[in-house]
Write a protein that binds this ligand. Sequence first.
Ligand SMILES: [Zn+2]
Length: 379
Amino acid sequence: MYLTPKRTRLAYSFAMRRLFALVALAAIALMATAGAAPRAAAANIVIITMDGLRWQEVFGGAERSLLGNDEKAIVGSASYRRFWKESAGERRAALMPFFWSVVATQGQVFGDASRGSRSHVTNGLWFSYPGYSEMLAGVADPRVDSNDKIPNPNVTVLEWLNGLPAYRGRVAAFGAWDVLPYIVNAGRSRLPVGAGYPPVPKPASERERTINDLADDLPPIWDGAPLDAPIMQAALECLRTRRPRVLYVMLGETDEWAHDGRYDLYLDAAFRSDRFIRRVWDTIQRMPAYANRTALVLATDHGRGATNADWTDHGRKVPAAEDTWMAVMGPGVPATGLRASVTVTTSQVAATVAALLGEDFRRAVPAAAPPLPGVTPER
Ligand SMILES: [Zn+2]
């Protein structure tokens, strides 16, 4: 085609403009990709806590001296067959196989004393409500000094996220303890909380009604604390059908069986908790809205005694119960595994949850402890 010089120039300049536009678009796309790699925030998060699960079992598996006194009875026990192995590495893998095969290799684990690390609560009380409040609100509050059903004066990261437009109505909590609605101040936060009586607050399907019926038919072993199974099912069903962006699940049997001195059932509860975490993770990976876009945070509200005499207990008279553990896994979290030579506090969980979603909890609560180091990009 013949072009006059003027038209040639025009065509040339048009082609150049298109070229520049394409180059600019490509550059923006590249920058977005490059920026996304280190900063990748998760779109969703699941937080699961196991009440009073000791770091000793998490990192060392079953403890021989707690399996019993009679050697013949120990060797003949189911706990021994299931959880006793020669090395600590084998024992912990037998107790919490998902935690050690997936979380500890694809994420990060804090609190391993054998690597010079420590994780602890800062509330000085070493029992549940102060522990959960510190964990979810990011700061120990001396006003929170009992397990009584008093609405939490602190704003938890769950309530704060639920107040942001992107998360409104998409935060849910389930717990095997009827104090959970008070810990998250359900009256003020309007968070839906399934705390066992019944596990599903507003059942909308046959399956949810069945979960509530099943919970009714289980034995009421402890006052105010249901068994974990219906809580697990309620949380899984919520994940599958209600699609929360933030899901908190508080499991409680580890603490209850320990208080009852049932080391066998305490170990079994830890094992079932780990299997539940695997089910949650497998469910996440099967759902396109969640797969590779969801972070997982695991933690506990306090430790327990370190000796045969006081492992069942925790609280002010059991100083060893100050020590905890925690673990994080998800998009953008470097897979550094067992963290060495680092001390962290349970109060760092709240800001970590927000940071994993790309949010800054300390914008709202400046007193909150900072996110865990090396888990999310520095802001
Ligand atoms: Zn507790």
